[in-house]
Design a protein around this ligand. Sequence first.
Ligand code: C5P
Length: 237
Amino acid sequence: MEKKALLYEGKAKRIYATDDPDLLIAEYKDDATAFNGLKKGVIANKGILNNKISAFFFTLLAQSGVESHFVKLLSDREMLIKRAEIIKVELVVRNIAAGSLAKRLGLEEGWVLPRPVVEFYYKDDALGDPFINEDHIAVLGLATAEQVKFMAAQALMINEILTAHLKTCNVILVDYKLEFGLHHGKVLLADEISPDTCRFWEATTKEKLDKDRFRRDLGGVEAAYQEIYKRLTGGEQ
Ligand code: C5P
């Protein structure tokens, strides 16, 4: 698989063309941003860990019938992915109150929600990814009602699969963000699933094992990402 032109550079990844028009290469960077790019930094080895953690989750989901853009790992920082046009709606699934939900609704961080909640955000950096509902998605033409229904159902199915697996690693899945894309007209799970895009708490100590350590200057950021990788895979390279 030949790596060709750089097509897109985001905050955490670079996307390259390949000699196959249907396939792209995602290269994971160590750059870290938070608060819509206001806070910037580098987390050593983050790109390597997030590439491998995402590959692990995408493989786990595929085994349970959830398709994604992931094809295979190519190197420490690179994965081969299916070309998909990203739908400009980010889905957040929450099991426990934290982050913007706790702030917006005045909830105590750690309150266990009676059932999972699915939220939609408009993927637009200039606007700071604002909170939107299904009516906004329809009037902005971001996705069809059927696509929204499918993405929300997938997001909840993913919640069950990930929550159950992480439980065996003694990790709580607090919340996470998903992105989907259109691949030959079909909605496909895309982007990444990593400590950058999920909140993971150590089940016994409630220690944060995710990007909140960077956001809140808690230290031990790389060690937290390493810990998630180790718990998921037993540390195999
Ligand atoms: O900040 P907030 O509480 O809304 O984040 C909810 C979840 O979505 C967190 O796991 C966070 O890491 C993730 N997220 C993300 N990218 C964003 C916003 C949130 O991965 N742009």
